[in-house]
Design a protein around this ligand. Structure first.
Ligand code: F6P
Length: 480
C-alpha cells in the first residue's frame, strides 16, 4: 500500500547522503557525504517528491532513526545490526566485491559452505527490508533507482510487491566475466542476475561491464541470444564524469591553499625541476581498497628509483591512502602492507633532505584537492575499477597540467585512454617505465594532454548522469 509520502522519485543505496555520530554527551552530529550520486541527485534538489532510502550504518545513524531525527528526503532503515553486518561485510564486501573485482586468491578461496549460506540468507533479509520500504513509500508508477551490488536482489523483490513501479538498477563496480562470475554457486549466481533483471533498466558505467553482465546472463540463465537471456530488461551504459563546477570552485578555497603550502614544504626543493623550483611529484589518492593496487604502485616507484638513479632526490611519491572497510581483516592487513612497503622504500633511499614516499592515511578532502593541483603525475593503477573518479578529477583541478598514468582495467580507460599513459596494472616494470615517461613529458605536451583529459572527464557531469537515467525510466519524473 502506498504511504502518505508517496514519493515519485526514489533512490536506494546502502550508504546514504548523510551520517550521524553519537558524541560522548549523547548529542548527535551529522555530516553530509560526497560522491557522484549525491551530486547527481542535486539535479532534482528541492523536488519534494523525492526520497533517498539508505541503511543506518553505525550507532549514530541508529540513534538518529530511533530519535526520529531525519533529514528531509532521506529515510534510513534501522536493520538489525547483525543482519546488516552479515549482508554488508559478509556478502557485499567479501563476496560480491571480490567477484566483480576478481580479487580472490583462488587456491584457498572462495569457500561456499554452510556459513556462506547463512550470510546469504541475511543478505536476502537486508534486500527485502529495502524493497519493503520502497514499496511502502513509492507513489503509483514512481521511478525507483536502486544502486549497486549491495541491493542486487531489490529489483526482483520490488517488482513482485509493486508491479506498477518503474525500476532501474545501477552497478558502480565492474562486472565479472562469466568464467569468474561462475565461481558463485549456480543457484546464487542465478538469483543475483534475476534480482537485477527484475528492473526495467540495468545500468553500467561502461560498455565493457554491460557486455560482461549480458554474457553472465547468457552463461548462467541460458536462452539463445542476448535478448532471451536478459528478458525484457534494457541494458544501458551511463558513464559518470567529474563535477567540474564544484571541483574548480572547491579547489580554490582557503583551506586548500593552506594544505598546499604544507605539501609544498613536504616536497621540498631538490634540483628545482618542477614548477616553483620544487621536486616533481607523483600523486595517488585512493580509499585503501584492495582493488586500487597501491602496493604495486609503490613497488613500481621503488623500481623507478632502483633502475633510474637520476630520479633519486628529484621526485616525491605522495600516496594518500585513506582507510576503508576496516571491519575486515584483509583490508587492515592490506593497509599494513602499504605502510610496510612505503617504510621500506624510505629506509632504503631517504637522505638528510629527501624522503621519497610521503604516505598520508587520514582522510582530508581539502588536502587531496591541494595534491591534485600540485601533481606532475597522477598514478591511477587499479587492478579493476568501475570508473575511477580520481583519474577524472585531477586533470580538472591541476594548476599546471598533470600527466596521467592509467590502468587499462579502470572504467575511465574507455574515455581517457587516448591521452593517458596506460599500463597493465600487474606489470610493475611497465608501470615504472610509465612513471618515467610521465615525469619526462615535455611541459607543453603535458598541458595539452591534460586539457584534453579534462574535457573528456567532464563530458558527463553527475547531474546529467542522473537525469539521463531518470528520463529513460520516467520522463515525467525527471522534469516534474
Ligand atoms: O566505487 C564503487 C562503490 O560501489 C561506490 O558506488 C560506493 O560508494 C562504494 O563502492 C561503496 O563503498 P563503502 O563500502 O565504503 O560504502
Amino acid at each position: 500500500m502506498a504511504s502518505p509520502h508517496a514519493a515519485r522519485v526514489l533512490v536506494a543505496s546502502n550508504r546514504g547522503p548523510v551520517s550521524y555520530t553519537l558524541r560522548d554527551d549523547g548529542e548527535l552530529t551529522s555530516k553530509r557525504g560526497g560522491g557522484g550520486l549525491v551530486s547527481g541527485l542535486s539535479a532534482i534538489e528541492g523536488n519534494a517528491e523525492s526520497l533517498w532510502v539508505c541503511a543506518a550504518l553505525g550507532d549514530g545513524d541508529r540513534a538518529a532513526v530511533r530519535r526520529g531525527v531525519a533529514e528531509d528526503g532521506v529515510r534510513m532503515l534501522d536493520i538489525d545490526p547483525e543482519v546488516h553486518a552479515d549482508a554488508y561485510n559478509g556478502i557485499a564486501n567479501s563476496v560480491l566485491w571480490f567477484v566483480h573485482h576478481m580479487l580472490y586468491q583462488t587456491p584457498l578461496e572462495p569457500v561456499f559452505d554452510a556459513e556462506f549460506r547463512r550470510r546469504w540468507d541475511a543478505f536476502r533479509t537486508y534486500n527485502r527490508a529495502f524493497a519493503d520500504a520502497l514499496a511502502a513509500e513509492a507513489a503509483e508508477g514512481a521511478a525507483v533507482l536502486v544502486q549497486d551490488y549491495h541491493l542486487c536482489l531489490v529489483p526482483g523483490i520490488l517488482r513482485e510487491l509493486r508491479p506498477d513501479l518503474r525500476i532501474a538498477h545501477f552497478s558502480h563496480t565492474p562486472w565479472a566475466p562469466p568464467e569468474y562470475f561462475r565461481l558463485l554457486p549456480d543457484d546464487i549466481g542465478a538469483e543475483l542476475l534475476r534480482g537485477i533483471l527484475g528492473a526495467d533498466r540495468a545500468g553500467f558505467l561502461t560498455q565493457r561491464w554491460a557486455d560482461a553482465f549480458t554474457a553472465c546472463c547468457t552463461a548462467v540463465l541460458g536462452g539463445t541470444g542476448d535478448t532471451a537471456s536478459t528478458g525484457g530488461t534494457t541494458i544501458a551504459v551511463h558513464g559518470l564524469g567529474a563535477d567540474a563546477d564544484f571541483l574548480r570552485k572547491r579547489s580554490h578555497e582557503p583551506d586548500v591553499d593552506e594544505r598546499m603550502a604544507a605539501l609544498r614544504e613536504r616536497i621540498g626543493g631538490g634540483t628545482g625541476e618542477g614548477p616553483d623550483g620544487r621536486r616533481k611529484t607523483i600523486v595517488r589518492v585512493d580509499r585503501t581498497e584492495l582493488s586500487k593496487n597501491i602496493v604495486r604502485g609503490l613497488l613500481a616507484y621503488r623500481e623507478l628509483l632502483d633502475t633510474r638513479p637520476e630520479w633519486r632526490g628529484r621526485v616525491v611519491h605522495m600516496a594518500f591512502a585513506y582507510p576503508s572497510r576496516q571491519d575486515l581483516a584483509v583490508y587492515r592487513d592490506y593497509m599494513a602492507e602499504v605502510e610496510r612497503v612505503a617504510d621500506e622504500i624510505n629506509s632504503r633511499y631517504a637522505t638528510a633532505d629527501w624522503t621519497p614516499v610521503a604516505l598520508y592515511l587520514k582522510d582530508d578532502f581539502a588536502r587531496s584537492l591541494g595534491a591534485y593541483r600540485l601533481a606532475d603525475v597522477a598514478l591511477v593503477n587499479p587492478i579493476r575499477d568501475g570508473m575511477n573518479l580520481v583519474a577524472k578529477e585531477v586533470p580538472v583541478v591541476t594548476d599546471h597540467g598533470c600527466a596521467l598514468v592509467l590502468s587499462r582495467e579502470a572504467g575511465a580507460y574507455e574515455e581517457l585512454g587516448r591521452d593517458a599513459i596506460t599500463v597493465n596494472p600487474y606489470d610493475v616494470s611497465a608501470t615504472a617505465a610509465a612513471l618515467h615517461e610521465a615525469l619526462t613529458l615535455p611541459d607543453g605536451e603535458r598541458a595539452e594532454r591534460s586539457e584534453r583529459l579534462a574535457a573528456a572527464a567532464t563530458a558527463l557531469p553527475p547531474q546529467r548522469w542522473f537525469l539521463d537515467q531518470l528520463n529513460a525510466l520516467d520522463p515525467a519524473a525527471a522534469t516534474g
